[in-house]
Design a protein around this ligand. Structure first.
Ligand code: PRX
Length: 632
């Protein structure tokens, strides 16, 4: 039974039911899908062991739910609209039938290259339709996709390939990004020098750049696809079989391969997509994220496609050829629901309004935001200039680990408050905790955000390291999932996410672990040690500030800064490059050798007077030096 929510009273009633009787609630949500065999048990869980299983005993294939079941009525409806980088190139409309055929062909192509159910497949592709076919093609045959964002470096790609044990990589010759091209195949070649386990690479000719191909290892996507039929039976998957691995930054250096499984993820992404946006048949929906991130997985592909929607995939960037690019594409495709990130909104806000006024945005009905807290100014600008005070802004709080929206307004139901993600969706049970580990009940509280009951799309583990999963998410507050975020609940019960409380910083909506950036900086031969913190940035939300100790104070500081940035870019990717690098002779450490990041954060934020207690430092004088040399 679908839960109809038209008013706040409906929301409250459904929410109450979802908490009082979660099994009945989730069974109702899961009913409307194509199951090869229905589940035996809705949920089994034990947060003390970091375990949860959903819809156990159920058998299904997610691609049948995203594609085949729509064919009877929607074979000719557009499933994906691909808007290319260059506005003068033609957009591609892919119907559900065409999507079916391409996905089946990928499934067959992978099988022909020896890929079997359970094998991991690395996808390193830009925002092209082939990336969607690749992802769904894996799911078709029960292979586990591990998409690596195409902005990551060879080193990051290789680490991810090795961690998940991929034997095959799907890529393109390259990518367009504004007026630049990126040679992805060369990055793959470099990565594979450190990933000997990969025996096959299939390369789609997006740029037609004819890259060097290694005989016996590298194959042309187009040639291989032309050899296989457009019918491929959907593999029967267990509800808890792995669907994908997706890496996210961790507080310690190594990225975490978050594992998502089949049925719970499908049910939840579909449910949250339809509920939060109040998606209606026939609407055109555009999520501007990249498929390399969880937002692209859940809300360009699985959520909207399982709902039979038309989903836009955009290859380009908001600023090229000019700041009107998003608005032009909204007009062109008559987009009804537009979902983007605060960092994009803030950068677009800087441009003259004439870039917006040129275009007809009257098709817009619902707006969304994701990735970091949206500040009030950006919220108001988005509301006034893009929503014309007429579109609810759905500020969705969630994580790679949660798989789907957790706390979010419901379009045209929730009374909005700028910068508040508002209320938990039905089925989601947040708890705000104090540092002593007690739940703060009632309103007007602030603390650490946890979730105390499982939800279907929660990550099941970290690939190959369940102990790390348990330690990271289930040990800070035993029996509860700890999000790593801080949150307030105001006098009316609205949640406002206040940001990360761990060593993760969110730069332009991308999660970065400070330890990972430090490790990259420390690779430079002149560097002894470094400490990285975030500081507020008008457009990026947060930016990266690095305090770096060298063997000797650099004589050519700017040259060394450029080299360090290049090093980080090479090891992790351009997104992680420090914005500011301050060379220091020491770091503020306690007697036990722990860096007091609180002090560094304050300096990076431009605060020099009130640094708090520094008496426990090994060498309090270092603080004076750091303050004096702070980069404005
Ligand atoms: O700090 C929260 C922030 O992004 C983190 C999750 O990042 P990631 O796993 O990369 O997933 C991004 C897409 C969901 C969260 O821990 N975050 C995400 N959405 C919001 C947010 N912070 C505030 N408000 C949001 N709407």
């Amino acid at each position: 039974m679908a839960h109809v929510i038209k008013t706040q009273e409906d929301y409250l009633a459904v929410y109450k039911q979802s908490i009082e009787n979660p099994e009945t609630f989730w069974a109702g949500v899961a009913e409307g899908f194509t199951w090869k065999k229905k589940w035996d048990k809705v949920v089994e869980w034990n947060f003390n062991e970091a375990e949860a299983k959903w819809f156990t005993g159920g058998k299904l294939n997610i691609t049948e739910n995203c594609i085949d079941r729509h064919l009877a009525t929607k074979a000719n409806q557009t499933a994906l609209i691909w808007e290319p980088n260059k506005p003068t190139d033609e957009a591609r409309k892919i119907t559900y039938q065409q999507l079916h055929d391409e996905v089946c062909k990928v499934g067959n192509m992978l099988k022909a290259h020896g890929v079997k159910k359970g094998d991991r497949v690395c996808i390193y592709m830009p925002m092209v339709p082939e990336a969607a076919y690749a992802i769904l093609g894996c799911a078709r045959i029960g292979a586990v996709h591990s998409v690596v964002f195409a902005g990551f470096s060879a080193g990051s790609l290789s680490d991810r390939i090795n961690d998940s044990g991929c034997k095959i990589v799907l890529t393109t010759d390259g990518a367009y990004r504004g007026d630049k091209t990126i040679n992805l195949k060369a990055i793959v070649d470099e990565a594979l020098q450190r990933s000997p386990g990969v025996v096959k690479v299939i390369v789609s000719a997006h740029l037609q750049s004819k890259p060097a191909m290694q005989q016996g290892r590298d194959f042309s996507w187009e040639e291989e696809m032309s050899k296989v039929p457009a019918q491929c039976e959907a593999e029967e998957m267990d509800a808890e079989d792995l669907l994908f691995i997706l890496y996210t930054s961790g507080s310690t250096g190594k990225p975490k391969g978050m594992v998502h499984t089949t049925a719970g993820y499908m049910v939840y992404t579909n449910y949250t997509f339809k509920t939060a946006f109040q998606y209606r048949e026939g609407q055109v929906y555009w999520c501007t994220a990249d498929v390399g991130w969880v937002t692209g997985h859940s809300y360009i592909l699985y959520g909207p496609l399982s709902a039979g929607a038309t989903s836009v995939m955009f290859e380009g960037i908001p600023s090229w050829p000019d700041w009107g690019r998003f608005w032009q594409a909204i007009e062109r495709h008559k987009v009804n629901i537009f979902y983007t990130a605060p960092t994009a909104i803030r950068s677009l806000q800087q441009a003259p309004l004439s870039f917006i006024e040129k275009y007809d945005l009257s098709s817009l009905q619902v707006l969304g935001s994701v990735g970091e807290p949206i500040n009030e100014e950006a919220w108001n600008w988005y509301n006034e200039h893009i929503g014309r005070n007429n579109c609810p802004i759905i500020d969705t709080w969630w994580q790679t680990e949660t798989g789907g929206f957790m706390i979010s307004p419901i379009a045209n139901v929730t009374k909005l408050k700028p910068a508040f993600a508002s209320f938990p969706l039905p089925g989601v049970q947040p708890a705000i905790m104090n540092e002593a580990g007690e739940e703060l009940t009632g309103n007007n509280v602030e603390g650490r955000l946890t979730i105390k009951f499982p939800w279907p799309a929660m990550a099941r583990t970290i690939y190959g390291d369940h102990q790390r999963f348990k330690d990271t998410y289930f040990s800070t507050f035993p029996g509860k999932y700890f999000t790593g975020d801080g949150s307030k609940r105001d006098d009316e019960g609205y949640y406002r996410i206040t940001g990360r409380v761990d060593d993760i910083i969110i730069v332009s909506g991308h999660n970065l672990g400070t330890a990972e950036i430090e490790n990259a900086i420390n690779e430079h031969s002149s560097v002894v040690e470094s400490a990285v913190v975030g500081y507020p940035h008008d457009i990026k939300g947060q930016a990266v500030y690095a305090f770096v100790i060298c063997y000797e104070m650099p004589k050519e500081a700017d040259k060394l800064r450029a080299e360090i940035k290049e090093m980080v870019s090479k090891i992790i990717g351009p997104i992680a490059k420090p914005d500011k690098i301050q060379f220091v002779s020491g770091l503020p450490k306690t007697r036990s050798g722990k860096i007091m990041r609180r002090i560094l954060r304050k300096v990076a934020e431009g605060e020099t007077s009130n640094l708090g207690d520094t008496t426990t430092l090994l060498d309090p004088n270092i603080v004076e030096e750091i303050k004096a040399g702070a980069i404005k």
